[in-house]
Design a protein around this ligand. Sequence first.
Ligand code: MRU
Length: 337
Amino acid sequence: MLSDEDLDAVRFAGDAVEYVDQRLLPHTVERRQARTVEELEDAIRTLAVRGAPAIGVFGAYGVALLRSALQDDAAFDAAAARVRNARPTAVNLAWAVDRVRGSADMLAEARAIHDEQRAVDARIGEAALELFPKDATVLTHCNTGPIATAGGGTALGAIVRAHRAGRHLRVFVDETRPLLQGSRLTQFELNKAGVDATLIVDGAAALTMQRCAVDLVIVGADRIARNGDTANKIGTYGVAIAAAHHGIPFYVAAPRSTFDFSIQNGADIPIEERPADEVRGSAAHRDAAVFNPAFDITPGRLIAAFVTEYGLVRPPYADSIPALQDRPNIAALAPNA
Ligand code: MRU
């Protein structure tokens, strides 16, 4: 029987950063340790550790660890930059590395980031409750659960919170090609939490909305621009278009650390392109030309609201998103303030 600890996404282990290897889930639960910059970078690049907040927590511990191992400042700077740049789209990684590097006690700061993520996720779950009717059919994409945040999860955390609050939910889970974060991870986490979850192929999302009375869509995010344009796992944009077509509200659950206040709109968000072999699986030719963007940008106008640790953030986003910058840090807030 798996304990929650077995599935802890990220943990500081004194002389290493420990993580559950998400590439092997759900069939194999294997914990690994990263010590060197190569191991840290590799774990993020290969998606052994994945999900925007989780790579932020992992990068934070990693950089604190590297600081204690590398006495030479130039060597440390170069190593920290490699961790910071291991993946380009999720802003949480750069945000967490910069925050740790700017503090006097890097390990204490990494621990604070991790603790805050748990508190933030709990608040997101509370804030999202009002979005779920008593009987709700929900659709989600990719994976946004505890293993994606190193906390309680964002969109998936909100679904589990609503289930525990007594809502009768049926959740349609996009399998999320090409790496199947939906079928491998979301389905697994929802089953574990006792939520009624039904797997669909990504191409079935529009039909599911048309035929299965979907009440709402809720997903996570990797980076959100000042106008609400949102980067998330490839396929999210199509889900948002289909939801708009069917008049279904489309929500994005994400912590403030996923908002990039330096970016005006989605055109400035870097989109990671990943190796062709992730897609070629059953292609006619092993050398088939492939375009494999890992993320897409959903325009802010398709998003009914963001669910954050500060509550629901509604349009007009040009006003409501920049205002988030002035809110006090979560650590300074009472649990339900
Ligand atoms: O490539 P991944 O699996 O790291 O992509 C993850 C997503 O797109 C998630 O939806 C996002 O990071 C939010 S995780 C709470």
